[in-house]
Design a protein around this ligand. Sequence first.
Ligand code: GSH
Length: 233
Amino acid sequence: MIDFYYWPTPNGWKVSILLEELAIDYTVVPINIRSGDQFKPEFLTVSANNRIPAIVDHDVAGEAISVFESGAILLYLAQKHNQFIPDDPRERVRLNEWLFWQVGNLGPMAGQHSHFFNYAQGEHLYSSERYRKEYHRCIGVLERRLEGRDFILDSGYSIADMCSWPWILIAKAMQQPLDKFPNVSRWRATIKDRPAVQRGVDLGKTLRPDKPMTDSERRVSFGQTADTVKNRS
Ligand SMILES: N[C@@H](CCC(=O)N[C@@H](CS)C(=O)NCC(=O)O)C(=O)O
């Protein structure tokens, strides 16, 4: 059994999709990142960065294994189950490149773009343009990679796709049209058709509030500094 520390967001979906694809048993532990569950001491023992997603795997010999950071979780589970991960050493290098690319490029740029687009529109124009353009650039990089390929790796659908796909799923909602990216659009649609992916994205969607953030929720989300982490852990 796996405890899955989760909130329905693109970074959470990376792991919910893989758990559904692997068809393994898991229990969702909701971490309400709007109200500040990410700072609770019991969560910090699992996730040192105060961020979801994280897992604890009890189905191991000896002490349970906890993993935080989406890329590390995807690698851990794919290696354990030997699925959605290539055996060939050259393909494994490509896999690592595209996983690190997502967590170091597409993810943070899209995340910052989402912050300005959803919560600080009209403020800090230079910063918002910077992240919008970087997100756009990353989509261009993915477009080039998907030229002549069905999936990111030549060997087929893998955790590299699961890692990047959620941040492309929400592109249109962040006013980033994909019309000029035919390869990305095709790839987005192919993966969206997978039943496990649909279940992963639907996981816990009723948890997500449909109301705008309150002032106190904004303070939880946007006022974080090293002091917050120190004081609340
Ligand atoms: N690099 C991390 C990013 C995780 C992340 O940013 N998670 C967000 C949700 S999408 C979060 O927990 N935010 C809580 C907060 O901002 O306080 C990963 O890939 O796992």
